[in-house]
Structure formats: structure tokens, C-alpha cells
Design a protein around this ligand. Structure first.
Ligand SMILES: Cc1ncc(COP(=O)(O)O)c(C=O)c1O
Length: 384
């Protein structure tokens, strides 16, 4: 089966549902035992599979099984948001006095979780420069380094990392690797094939694709999955039934949506690459991108999210003028849905910031690309 067919077929069970195509929404805390013996078996369970709404439902089983097959891994745990898939994974793997290495081009709330919450567990962190060759990581590794957290492409600046090289260093030092794969999704990259141990995907983005839910997925092999599931359960973090239903529904059209977003973003990125106010297009699938070769080797495609660095650093007032001229692009967090968005990342929190001009992050949705280009062209006139 090819990917489009898999997305169409996986997790469908119409024979068990009186012929209805889609798995119905199961809501609930209590699940009734059908015998006393099953109850006795359940109370002695050590595998976090206790019969309770918090632990699993037919819908969570359905989505988790589908994603497991799509990543070709042994286990998937669904949780309440992309961010909780990251925090649960950290909490599952780390203990007091551990050290972690994390890319500096990180999704800001992940950095906030580390700096505000993980530090309370006496866990130390070094943010590494994603643009330096991975061999530089060796110098940062300590005796207590437990994991390396990769986000490729990185948030806002879209630098691509040489994941197989990072994995080589990690394996040599017995360090776990985790990749946030939300940008490419399982459609355009499988970090397990690059050697990574644990993959995070925010289903909030392309899997759902309609900006109406939050949901996160943690994919791993058996070595880690029990601990991850037990941590999610211990903190009382699960995935909601409507969120699961909409994620499963999103899978059916995901390929078409991500392909269209990709196409729109590439056309707009190429247009902006020739714009006189733009210094650099931060899009790994554009040939002028400094990591284009690595992207081409490790990814099968690109999504709708990229950035531009302007030749100048604009004031907030100038950026407001630009934004006020936009008629189609809207201002809002997140991405991966059908609507086109811009944001203005500041990069102030970074350890290393080599960017001199203003950065504009762009998400291309599913509108007509001609309208998106005209909108951007018109708004950029405000920055002359
Ligand atoms: C790269 C990346 N990872 C994770 C997340 C978190 O996902 P969620 O919004 O579902 O918490 C985001 C959200 O924007 C993101 O950009």
C-alpha cells in the first residue's frame, strides 16, 4: 500500500460499527468490566493498560495504531498537545542531576518548559548551535548527558541538522536522541530511519489541519514506550475524544493538504528569494538554503512553513504597517492548518543569534497562490 491509500484505510473498522465508515466518538471515564475475573486481572496489571478512560479508548487505540504503522515503530502514545508530548517525554526519561543537549533553534515553549520547569528537578541544559557541524557536540557531552533534543528544521530560522551524524555521536556516548518532527510529519521524514530513538509530532499541525484542536504524539520503540505511557498516566495527561476523532479524520486528507501547502510555500518562497527587500529565504527546499543538500538527502518533501530574513531590522511600528496591509495572511500562533499566517519571531531568547535583519515567519495554507503572492507583494511595499 502506498501512503495515500494507507491514510485512507488505516484505523477503519466499519464491520464492527454497523457499517458506518468512521469510528464513533467514545466519551467516558468508566469502562464496565464484563467479568469479576477481568477486574482481578486488571488490578494486578503492571503495563499501564488498566481499563479506564484516562489510559486508552477505541479512538486512542485507533490513532496510535495508525501512526505506529506510518512511522513503522513499535509504540505511539497520544497526549493532550504537541507541547505535552515533549514535556512528558522529558519527564519520562530524565532524573535529577541529568544533563541535556538541546538545539538553540527550538520551539519557544519547549525552551520555556526546560528553563522554568525542568531546572526545578536539577536538570542542566546546554543549547547547541544547530549550524555548527555535529562533531562540535562531542565537546558539550558530559558524563551525565542523558539526551539530545533535535528540531529539524529549527523553529523560525529553519536550519537543517545532520541527524545521522548527531545520532552517531549520541550512540557512541550512550545518549538518547529525540526529534520534533512536526514540520515534515511522517509524510516527508521518518527520523527513525535516520537512527533517532523517539519522535515527537504535534498532530495539532498537519494531521488535524483545521486549527480546531490540540494533540500530541510520542512515537518510540518498546525500550521507552512503557516509561512514556506510565509518565503520561502518572501526570494524568491523556488525549481528548473529540481531538482524537478529528485527528483520525485529518489523516484522510492530510496528504492532499500538505502537498498543496508545500506547493504554495515553494512558489511564494521563490518569489520572495528575488524580492529586493529580502536578504534570505529560510526554506530548506530552496536551492540557496545553506543546508539544502542535507534536506534533500533526509527529507521527501517540505511543508508550508518557512521564514524570510529582511535586509533591514524594522521597528515594531514599521512591521505593524506591513501587517496592516495584509488582507489574506493573518497573525496567529501555530501553523499546519488551511489558513495562511505570519508571525514575527524575535530570536531574543537564543544563545546565538546571527540574524541581523527582521525575521518574518510565513505559513502558506490552501488559498490560491496568486492571491497569496499579491497580498505579500502589496504589504511589502509598506517596508520600502
Ligand atoms: C515545532 C513545534 N513543535 C511542537 C509544537 C507544539 O504543538 P502544540 O501547539 O500542539 O502544543 C509546535 C507548535 O507550534 C511547534 O511549532
Amino acid at each position: 500500500m502506498r501512503i495515500k491509500t494507507k491514510l485512507n484505510r488505516f484505523g477503519r473498522n466499519s464491520k464492527k460499527q454497523k457499517g458506518f465508515v468512521n469510528t464513533p466518538i467514545y466519551k467516558g471515564s468508566t469502562i464496565i468490566f464484563d467479568s469479576f475475573d477481568k477486574y482481578l486481572k486488571d488490578i494486578s496489571d503492571k503495563n499501564n493498560e488498566s481499563l479506564y478512560g484516562l489510559n486508552s479508548t477505541p479512538l486512542s487505540d485507533n490513532l496510535e495504531e495508525s501512526i505506529k504503522k506510518l512511522y513503522n515503530c513499535e509504540s505511539v502514545v497520544s497526549v493532550s498537545s504537541g507541547l505535552s508530548s515533549i514535556s512528558v517525554t522529558f519527564l519520562a526519561l530524565l532524573k535529577s542531576n541529568d544533563h541535556i543537549l538541546v538545539t538553540d533553534s527550538l520551539y519557544s515553549p519547549t525552551r520555556e518548559f526546560i528553563n522554568k520547569h525542568l531546572v526545578n528537578f536539577n536538570i542542566s541544559v546546554d543549547y547547541y548551535d544547530p549550524e555548527l557541524p555535529p562533531k562540535n557536540l562531542q565537546k558539550l557531552i558530559r558524563k551525565n548527558t542523558k539526551l539530545i533534543f533535535i528540531e529539524s528544521p529549527g523553529t523560525a530560522t529553519f536550519d537543517i541538522q545532520d541527524i545521522p551524524e548527531i545520532v552517531k555521536i549520541a550512540k557512541k556516548n550512550n545518549i538518547i536522541t529525540i526529534a520534533d518532527n512536526s514540520w515534515a510529519s511522517f509524510i516527508y521524514c521518518n527520523p527513525f530511519k535516520l537512527g533517532v530513538d523517539i519522535v515527537i509530532e504535534a498532530a495539532t499541525k498537519y494531521i488535524n489541519g483545521h486549527a480546531d484542536i490540540l494533540l500530541g504524539l510520542i512515537a518510540s520503540n518498546k525500550k521507552y514506550s512503557n516509561q512514556i505511557r506510565s509518565t503520561a498516566k502518572g501526570y494524568g495527561i491523556n488525549s481528548g475524544s473529540d481531538e482524537l476523532y478529528l485527528s483520525i479524520r485529518g489523516l484522510r486528507t492530510m496528504m492532499l493538504r500538505i502537498e498543496e501547502s508545500q506547493k504554495n510555500a515553494l512558489i511564494l518562497a521563490r518569489y520572495l528569494n528575488n524580492h529586493k527587500l529580502v536578504s534570505k529565504v529560510l526554506h530548506p527546499a530552496i536551492k540557496t538554503h545553506h543546508n539544502h543538500k542535507i534536506w534533500k538527502r533526509d527529507f521527501k518533501g517540505s511543508s508550508g512553513l518557512f521564514g524570510i530574513e529582511m535586509k533591514k531590522k524594522y521597528s515594531k511600528i514599521q512591521l505593524k504597517k506591513f501587517f496592516n496591509k495584509l488582507k489574506i495572511f493573518e497573525l496567529g500562533y501555530s501553523w499546519g492548518s488551511y489558513e495562511s499566517l505570519v508571525t514575527f519571531p524575535s530570536l531574543e531568547e537564543r544563545k546565538i543569534n546571527k540574524y541581523k535583519g527582521s525575521i518574518i515567519r510565513i505559513h502558506c495554507g490552501l488559498e490560491d497562490i496568486k492571491d497569496l503572492i499579491l497580498d505579500m507583494e502589496n504589504a511589502l511595499k509598506a517596508l520600502k
